[in-house]
Every structure is written in C-alpha cells, then in structure tokens.
Design a binder for this molecule. Sequence first.
Ligand code: ADP
Ligand code: MG
Length: 276
Amino acid sequence: MPVSDPATFRILALANQKGGVGKTTTAVNLAAALAARQRVVLIDLDPQGNASTGLGIARAARGAGSYAMLVEGRPLAEVLRPTAIPNLSIIPADPNLAGGELELVDLAQRETRLRDALEKGAAALKGVEWILLDCPPSLGLLTLNALVAAESVMVPLQAEFYALEGVSQIIQTLDRVRAGFNPKLRLDGIVLTMFDRRNNLAEAVAQDVRGFFKSQVYDTVIPRNVRVSEAPSHGLPVTFYDPRSPGAEAYTRLAAEFLRRHRARLRELAKNDLER
Ligand code: ADP
Ligand code: MG
C-alpha cells in the first residue's frame, strides 16, 4: 500500500532551510492542536532534537529514534513512543542523529529511507491521520528524506528582510524533488511566524509574501508571544502550557485552517474525478 493512500495517513513536512523561523515550534504545536481531533505522529528529523525536548523527551531519555530507523533500519514500531499529549506519538531524534546526515550518504536508497520505513511500518501507524516531519535547517539528506516521503510541505516563514529569497530557495528544492523522486509533492502553504504587528518591516514583508504567493499563504498568522518560547522548557506544546495565550490560540486556528484547506482540496479532487 502506498504511504499516501487516502485511506491511511497523510504526511506533512515542515521545512525551510533557514534556522530559527519556527519549523519546530509549528511542528510541535500544529501536531498537538491536530491531536485534539485525530491521531498524530511527529517525527523529529533535526539532530538538535528540539521537537523531542519540546514534547517532554529529554536528551538523556531519547534512546533509539529517527536515526535508528533511518540509518540502522530499526522497525518503526520499535522507535515510536507516546507523549504526554493524548493522541500524539513521536519518533524522537536520537543523540546519534547528528552523524546521520553523513552516514546516509553511503547507504543504499539514501533518499528514500524514510518513505521505505513508513511503508514497512504502516501496520504500527493504523488509525493515524497525520504524520508531521520536523526538518533540520538545511537542505541535506535528512530534509531530502522528508520531502521524498511527504505528500505536502508547510513552510514557516519569519517576516524579515530576505524572507522572499529564502522561500524561493525552498520552492526550487521542491521542484527538484518533484523531478527526481516525488512528482506529487505539493506546497501545502506558507505560514508567517513570530509576527510582530508593530514592526513596519514585518508588515511590508508579509504584504510582499502575500502578493507573490497569494492564497498559498495561510490567513492565520502566528504572533510573537513569550508563552510560545517558554512552553518547550516545560516539555509541553503551548496549547497545553497556556491554552489562552495568543500563541496557543493562533496555533489552534492554524490547525483549523489546515484541516479546512485539506477538506476543500479533497472536495476539489472529488469534483475533478466526477467531471473526467
Ligand atoms: P526552527 O525550528 O525553524 O529552527 P524554532 O521553532 O526552533 O525554529 O524557533 C526558533 C526560536 O524562536 C525558538 O527559541 C522558539 O522558542 C522561538 N519562537 C518560535 N515561535 C515563536 C513565537 N511565535 N513567539 C515567540 N518565540 C517563538
Ligand atoms: Mg527546528
């Protein structure tokens, strides 16, 4: 069964080669917000392991995770574990993942190891609706594995100078991945993160991004909010740490918009099928 079989789970990668733009924060909080309704798995592909820490799995407690699965070929069922959040499981980044980028280079099927692991491990993912992939801040083999396995990509973007240049780089990467490995890979959308409305430059950049990418930019904007940055040190998504904070409310809205867009696309696809 293909991993993108509509009857099973869907895979969304959070990617942007730039660091510090809110990939991990969005992966953790979108995953937690989605888990309020559906079963979700988060896979931490960043050697820094911030998504794992942010969901309460301390570095020392990590053991086997995405490195064991991708590099050593450990079955998915053995590296998947529950989090404190109901309906949300994680494959953490094991401490060895830092070497994974280089070790992958010498392995067979180095670009498709995640896709293969998910296909082989599908039985352990029964009932899971969404798999979110938190990518490292680079376009190396770990991110490539994510883009080859994914059905769609969400690009978190901080509204700052050069933001458009950064996003055009990831768009080009998506084109290359489509040409080489994954023709159906789709840009899910761009999410403006850490947004500060009092900052004129941020407003101007946001307008530029919307002018260029139109409806591919999410209506929901994630504000800069100190509760969002505090939550990981408590091992919790902000939606649990402080559900009434502006950051938590924004991520809850983002999850609703994400699902709304997803359903609209399914309806569109069904309509096109009927018309064919
Ligand atoms: P990336 O995964 O792209 O490197 P992170 O999600 O780790 O980026 O975010 C970078 C830093 O910014 C982290 O310290 C995080 O806590 C902080 N941060 C992210 N989003 C927000 C936000 N909306 N408000 C305040 N701080 C944020
Ligand atoms: Mg990160």
